[in-house]
Design a protein around this ligand. Sequence first.
Ligand code: DQA
Length: 142
Amino acid sequence: MKILIIHGPNLNLLGKREPGIYGSDTLGDLDSKIRSLSDELGMEAEVLQSNSEGAIVDAIQSRKYDLLIINPAAYTHTSIAIRDAIAAVGKPAIEVHISNIYKRENFRQHSYISGVATGQISGLGAEGYLLAVRAAKKILSE
Ligand code: DQA
């Protein structure tokens, strides 16, 4: 079982970026928690971060994986290209947001991704990724 975890734009700044909203964990801290939980659950995890929409589309299309966990960050609210890539590949996908996008500005309250995602986790902080890893195990074991 292999999962691909994609972090979208500006998530490389986690820990420094608006810590009141996104918390104090760095992306490195978060990725080691994701990797150790995936190991514990017997899944292989590939993690990548990109600030570029095209690179994210390329990764969704070309990497080998059974399930995608993606925080598309600002592209959530703008990217039909990422939505179409997820739909085209047809693999289960879990959308994660650190903050609760439905409690924030109006422009964050629409996701182009949720219509092609298996499910969405929003507002549970970095813990949301770990819940997504556990959900991935369940989905792939069924
Ligand atoms: C985010 C929410 C988005 O609106 C924002 O653009 C992000 C992060 C989150 O994880 O809460 O960059 O996806």
